[in-house]
Design a protein around this ligand. Structure first.
Ligand code: GDP
Length: 430
């Protein structure tokens, strides 16, 4: 999807514009400092031209001291993926040095920039708009984000080269582009918070802590290669239990809660301890809740590389029911294996969200041979996240455990559902 990024110095109205384009008034905006924003990225469509919209206002705190270099660093990921940039300035005020600095930075990117002069409802429209040409952009438009004036013209212009698509089911489309919600789970001291830091920290990503529903839970947002990831309850990951036993129990309770809020669980295992009983308990929750799973063997820097096969086999033996979960060896501390982990997460989410057509499923059913007395007439996949299949059979009673497992394995082999549990439901053919 083409990406449009809104940039500008604090308080020019970025968040208001962002919400106006996405057509929602819900997000909190205002001049008061310290206000949190609830979204920094969203999906929009302008006359059948879909695009992704990023508000860098959520990246740079409004009350941060203005340092263009720092802003650029933080917004770099957004600007890197931008196909079109909307440079927003305040039409009520004189051009500030911050505007000029930012203009210079944006010009150097060599990407299409549209200068949008905001708050024209209160500005003297004509005179001010011409003054802003001095910033050196040929595309200058005036808008009022708050009163939704000029937005249509702005979007006509910005999306002019974007591909038009057939109108699609908006829900389906939203599903495809939804942020991937990730929960990092595991026993104390396996390296969960170190891994979180390795995944969201440094310059690899945009980080924006966003207050969640309960006071002490915080979700962290990160964009990697144009894809948004939400790390669920990072406050909980970083919080340390008082005693070891307490922490151990707490980690199990928390895992269960957080898995429900996530699409994908990262089960972190300490390589120096190997897979232990409570690792399996925690992994089992992800399975029961129907969430995708990646097994992360952390602290791999402390083991010799030639142990990998043996370790992998060990995990497969201990966690038989999690045989679909990919295993990633990494060192959170040395930031090794992190890119590979992100690739696995993206693939696993794709599978978690994958739909097989009824036509394909029924060609597949024809090849399935079950126990002699059971017969599948046809098969559908009514839902995703997790992929759920309905088998229409002679009788509605459940399949024998081993038969169910066999069908699931055949589905995996044929269609590839690495990392995600598969749910089977049986219905009697009527
Ligand atoms: P948490 O309780 O699961 O969040 O674990 P922490 O992230 O606090 O890590 C526990 C300890 O393990 C800390 O001393 C970390 O420095 C260390 N640690 C974490 N990841 C690694 C790693 O990849 N390699 C090594 N050698 N140590 C690590």
């Amino acid at each position: 999807l083409p990406t449009v990024v809104i940039v500008g110095r604090p308080n020019v109205g970025k968040s208001t514009l962002f919400n106006a384009i996405l057509g929602q008034r819900k997000s909190i905006t205002g001049d008061e400092p310290g206000i949190t924003r609830d979204r920094i990225i969203g999906d929009a469509v302008h006359f059948n031209r879909p695009f992704q919209l990023i508000d860098t206002g959520g990246i740079v705190p409004e009350d941060a001291e203005w340092i263009p270099a720092q802003i650029l660093k933080q917004a770099r990921v957004a600007l890197d993926v931008a196909d079109q940039i909307i440079f927003l300035i305040d039409g009520r005020t004189e051009i500030t040095s911050a505007d000029r600095d930012l203009a210079q930075i944006l010009r150097r990117l060599g990407k299409p920039v549209t200068l949008a002069v905001n708050k024209i409802d209160v500005a003297k429209r004509e005179s001010l708009t011409t003054a802003f040409f001095e910033l050196g952009f040929k595309d200058v438009m005036s808008v009022s984000a708050e009163h939704r004036l000029g937005l249509e013209e702005l979007l006509d212009h910005v999306t002019r080269d974007f591909t038009e698509v057939e109108p699609v089911d908006p829900e389906e489309q939203a599903g495809k582009l939804r942020p991937i919600r990730v929960s990092i789970i595991g026993r104390p001291n396996v390296g969960k918070s170190t891994l979180l830091n390795a995944m969201v920290g440094g310059e690899r990503a945009i980080v924006s802590p966003i207050a969640g529903t309960t006071r002490d839970s915080v979700d962290e947002h990160t964009i990697i290669e144009g894809r948004e990831y939400v790390f669920v309850d990072t406050a909980g990951i970083r919080r340390k239990g008082k005693t070891h036993l307490m922490a151990e129990k707490l980690s199990v309770v928390m895992a269960r809660r957080n898995i429900r809020m996530a699409h994908i669980a990262l089960l972190v295992i300490d390589a120096t301890e190997g897979p232990v009983g409570s690792d399996a308990t925690i992994g089992g929750y992800a399975h029961e809740e129907g969430r995708a799973l990646v097994i992360c063997v952390n602290k791999w820097d402390l083991l010799p590389e030639n142990k990998r096969k043996e370790f992998e086999q060990n995990i497969r033996d201990e966690f038989k029911f999690l045989d679909y979960a990919p295993i990633v060896f990494l060192s959170a501390k040395e930031k090794k294996g992190i890119n590979s982990l992100f690739r696995h997460i993206a693939t696993v989410y794709e599978n978690f969200d994958k739909r097989v057509s009824t036509g394909e499923l029924n060609r597949f059913v024809d090849m399935l041979k079950l126990e002699r007395d059971r017969r599948i007439f046809f098969m559908t996949q009514p839902s995703v996240r997790p992929p759920t299949f309905v088998l229409f059979m002679d009788r509605g009673e459940p399949l024998h455990f081993s038969t169910e497992r066999q069908v699931i394995n055949r589905i995996r082999k044929k269609f590839g559902f690495d990392g995600t549990p598969i749910v089977l439901k049986i219905k009697a053919r009527r």
